[in-house]
Design a protein around this ligand. Sequence first.
Ligand SMILES: NC(=O)c1ccc[n+]([C@@H]2O[C@H](COP(=O)([O-])OP(=O)(O)OC[C@H]3O[C@@H](n4cnc5c(N)ncnc54)[C@H](OP(=O)(O)O)[C@@H]3O)[C@@H](O)[C@H]2O)c1
Length: 244
Amino acid sequence: MTLEHHRVVITAAGRDFGRTLALRFASLGAEVFLSARTLDAAERVREEIRAQGVDADRVHAFACELTDPASVREFAAAVAARTGHIDVLLNNGSRYQHGTDLLSASDEDVVDTLASGATGTVLATKAFLPLLLASAKPDIVTMVSGCGESGHHRSEAHDAFYAAKSAQAGFTDILSRRLRDRGVRVISLYPPDFDNHDPLSEAWENAPRTAKDPLTAQSLVNCVLFAIGQPRDCFIKSFHFEQV
Ligand SMILES: NC(=O)c1ccc[n+]([C@@H]2O[C@H](COP(=O)([O-])OP(=O)(O)OC[C@H]3O[C@@H](n4cnc5c(N)ncnc54)[C@H](OP(=O)(O)O)[C@@H]3O)[C@@H](O)[C@H]2O)c1
């Protein structure tokens, strides 16, 4: 699959799965607009991508603090200064909070967990919607989590993280319906914990991927590529995964 004609925005691409998405989309030819909480972190990933032979004008780095509406708006404005449209928004950013005891997290942790995952996803989608609506093939992809599924209880994540993921699920569910007539596909992934192998390591190609193994980032990237690669009559709304 080549993504030569795709302009892709990725939030929280400074490490882990966001970095994986940035590296993989760039390696498939997409022009990527990646953000991290600090510009330094985003620029480090941009340099890793450039070191793979990607031209400087195909990878752009920005700072974006998802809990700060002004920062999200500035990120979108900075992208709009470089392009009149984007084709894919990858809502990846969301802070994790561990702990099965509600009392184990501070009030600040609760606020930040909800603000980054829930509020941040709504704000980023709102800020980038005009650029998406200017695309002939707009897709919004959100990394939710099994924790966003109704009745899910297997994770050791904090209740505030469940709340953030449930908010993402509710938001993308209604958005998918409401943007259907405008041709925007809203695709959500609800993975359990997965192994995020480094795309620049041997494990990316060689990690075991049998039925006995945990879900991998490789498979999740493939799900995203499959969904956005479909003809425009095909609105894949969500990916759910059986737990091990
Ligand atoms: N890993 C899993 O097993 C798993 C399973 C299901 C769903 N997911 C979801 O998949 C996505 C990526 O997972 P991951 O494992 O890469 O997550 P992660 O390792 O917990 O990293 C979280 C990312 O979000 C960023 N972030 C946190 N708060 C932010 C804020 N206020 N503003 C901007 N960025 C912020 C972090 O930036 P900093 O580097 O600055 O902290 C980091 O890049 C998340 O939405 C996660 O909930 C992950």
